[in-house]
Design a binder for this molecule. Sequence first.
Ligand code: ZN
Length: 411
Amino acid sequence: MTSLAVLHASQLVTVAGPKRPRVGAELSELGIIRDGGLLIRNGRIELVGSSGAIEFKAGGAEVIDARGKVVLPGFVDAHTHLVFAGNRLDDFERRARGDTYEQIAKAGGGIWSTVEKTRAASESDLVAQTQRHADWFLRCGTTTVESKSGYGLTLEDELKILRVMKRLSQETLLEIVPTFLGAHAVPRKMHADEYVDLVVDEMLPRVTSGNLAEFCDVFCEHNYFNVDQSRRILGAAKELGLKLRIHADQLSNSGASTLAAELKTTTADHLEQTDERGIALLKSAEVQPVLLPGSVYALGSTRYPRARQMVEAGLSVVIATDFNPGSSPTPSMPMILSLACTQMKMSPAETISASTINAAYSLGRGDQIGSLEQGKFANFAIFDCEDYRELAYWFGAPLTHGVYVKGKKVY
Ligand SMILES: [Zn+2]
């Protein structure tokens, strides 16, 4: 039996509270314990409280002195595209020069360049490249990520990407929640309906029989998959037992949030263009919005989703990185906290709930992770600052001091 005692944290941010996603004013209630501590046995939290109370029960436990530091639940990143080959550095430079999306695609950039590189990469190449990404997440204080396929777009390549996630789950301590996003884009020289047939008739049955995903996602947008095609894919996925997420209203208010409400998807992600009506529909269907300010920022746009209205409407808001090589190449949740505060006017406390407990519920893991409470996994991060608000404030600063997954030090 291994035990660990974390003692004397300036702020032990427990995010303790009701056993459900947090809404409204609850998002600001972080359950902070000053001079706080944790007692951990066999990877789980046995006790949370004042340092005095923990020390009294610690016995021979190994001690971590968190004096002058903040301890938070490990971040839960509920929207990433973790597995891909290469990068999009040339697109990045072209965009900085002012080139349009069309000009970049014409020059051989855009999603297709990533699809081609990912198809060409072997499974072990992809594992190695993704391992590097996984390390970045851990070093930013993230202990769980949702990860989507979607850079293969053929049966074999999509299965390859999902197998890479499975292998990585075994080889790294970062917890990976797999999502099948075969409908990320329509392959070249193929009609959308024809590709939807392939996704529904061939990909989905193989994904589920191989137990390779927990969720299914669709990129519902003009020139990608329309509402009817998205409904067909998500309906088929649901019948096969997958839970649902959807890329909704990123570039246009295309009816995707209405579809999310109709299907009662677990989450609707992006929502940059979602209006009041869409927000009301998401609320009535209890769909969790996953907001991705990193992609708005990296694309040089200013149209952020209406986070304030969503909080005020009672939605259980989640924020995530959208880590991907094209529109959001960041694994850093602290950077997302900063953007959420400065660009979406969320409070620092709201951003913490949105990136821990609410994100955990959106992945069906709210009873195991996302807060520091008795019985949960000891997934936590220690930061070199005395006040949790500093994480969003000193943006870009390297504040991570130590990261633990199930009581094991991973950074
Ligand atoms: Zn995405």
